[in-house]
Design a protein around this ligand. Structure first.
Ligand SMILES: Nc1ncnc2c1ncn2[C@@H]1O[C@H](COP(=O)(O)OP(=O)(O)OP(=O)(O)O)[C@@H](O)[C@H]1O
Ligand SMILES: [Mg+2]
Length: 419
């Protein structure tokens, strides 16, 4: 039979077997612990042939229920250079079945078998690597095309928020003018600056195809209800808010999707300062964030804008997880990591936590449990790519009922590399 070491190096697994016994053992996935007690283990550990010419005389044997009649057996290591891949075993029902010559010939055979096995393994590795390359190339091509499309959409959306803001302001100004205009006595209106403004406005409206004076004339017939439907400041402002939020969602999606693909401009990043800024920028209610920052840490290396994006996404998630909860809390900690050379940022919330069955899936693009609240499921996948590109690590921990904790490790800047 042929035994090969498994990936853990703890077991020799039967991979080929001869005869009835061999087949039966293969179906049972027969394996032997590498602890030196079996002949196979001892051949693998020592890298030397183990031979017993009368099984009953020795304690080192197969003790195999499938092979009760075996009297001679041999375990030959399968070695390529220094590497032991496993062992080849040969059994006989005859005592003293192998001569010295047999042993030499069989070991030569075993060496050839080992080379063949190693080649097959290398072939498998090569195939896997080429598949991975293909996958990543395909991904790259898709990413570039979608990246460009998203960039384009994002750029179109960028001015929307600003425009909505200006419309809101202009509208409120116009209302103020209308109010003031109403307060001006009729005889003073002709030469009043407001009067000129009104006439200008009407002229612009009419050039746009809107006949304001005629429209105004019809309004006198309107009931109060109809008027309040027509001029409803609340609903106008609400619409403006919707426009603004939609555009900020589009910009967020754009940033999550193409941010990580952007050229990373690595500089020294002071984590406590960056986090203070990120938190302030998010405008969370007072008392929600508790900061525990080690200000004596050396800077880490990374792209400030991208790292800020990571923390914004994580804090946003922590906040969203506690929506409707009475006392939302986000605990942010910056400290030295146990891993030498890394800073550790920990963001903990008091939300419902993350169920174990989705703890891995949350990192996948478009995985979201907030579909109905407009979540896109891109936040964490963006965090993952950014942190990986920065040479750091990110993961989540969550125990039922104890909220969720996201941990980010970032490498301290290598002082030697600063110019
Ligand atoms: N702090 C947290 N507590 C509980 N669940 C979380 C937390 N952070 C993330 N999750 C889970 O992981 C999922 C994916 O998070 P991710 O940030 O990628 O997307 P999202 O928040 O749903 O949408 P987006 O960030 O694009 O608005 C969330 O929908 C949620 O189920
Ligand atoms: Mg999110």
């Amino acid at each position: 039979g042929v035994f090969l070491l498994d990936d853990s190096g703890q077991w020799a697994v039967l991979r080929a077997g001869h005869g009835e016994a061999g087949k039966a053992m293969l179906t049972e996935k027969h394996k032997l612990k590498i602890n030196g007690k079996s002949m196979v283990a001892s051949a693998i550990l020592s890298g030397e042939a183990r031979i017993v010419l009368d099984v009953d005389e020795k304690t080192v044997h197969f003790q195999n229920p499938y092979l009760p009649l075996i009297r001679s057996e041999m375990a030959l290591p399968l070695t390529v250079k220094e590497d032991v891949l496993g062992a080849l075993t040969i059994q006989s029902e005859q005592p003293q079945a192998f001569s010295d010559n047999d042993i030499v010939a069989l070991q030569a055979l075993a060496n050839q078998v080992a080379v063949a096995i190693r080649n097959a393994q290398l072939m498998q590795d090569l195939e896997k690597a080429s598949q991975e390359l293909l996958r990543s190339k395909t991904y790259e091509a898709i990413a570039t095309t979608t990246g460009e499309a998203i960039h384009w959409v994002g750029n179109k959306a960028a001015p929307i928020a600003g425009s909505a803001n200006r419309v809101r302001e202009d509208l409120l100004n116009l209302l103020a003018v209308v109010q003031a205009w109403g307060d001006i006595p009729l005889r003073k209106r002709e030469n009043h600056p407001f009067g000129r403004l009104m006439r200008q406005t009407w002229a612009i409206a009419s050039s746009q195809g809107l006949d304001l004076p005629s429209k105004a004339a019809t309004l006198s017939d309107f009931t109060e209800d109809r008027l309040s439907l027509m001029v409803n400041l609340e609903s106008i402002l609400e619409d403006l808010n919707i426009i603004q939020q939609s555009s900020s969602t589009i910009l967020n999606i754009k940033e999550d999707l193409i941010g990580p693909m952007r050229q990373q401009n690595s500089t020294a990043v002071e984590l406590p300062a960056l986090l203070r800024e990120t938190v302030a920028e998010m405008g969370l209610p007072a008392g929600v964030v508790q900061a525990d920052y080690d200000n004596s840490l050396p800077p880490v290396t990374g792209d400030t804008r991208q790292i800020d994006r990571v923390f914004t996404n994580l804090i946003k998630n922590a906040w969203e997880a506690q929506e409707g909860q009475p006392n939302p809390q986000i605990h942010i900690q910056v400290a030295r990591a146990e891993e030498p050379g890394f800073a550790r940022v920990q963001i903990h919330d008091n939300g419902p936590g993350i169920p174990p069955d989705i703890l891995e899936k949350i990192w996948v693009s478009f995985f979201t449990t907030k579909g109905d609240q407009g979540g896109t499921g891109l936040g964490l996948s963006a965090c993952m790519s950014i942190i990986q590109q920065s040479g750091g690590k990110i993961w989540a921990e969550s125990l039922p009922g104890e909220g969720a904790t996201f941990i980010v490790l970032l490498p301290f800047i290598d002082e030697k590399n600063i110019e």
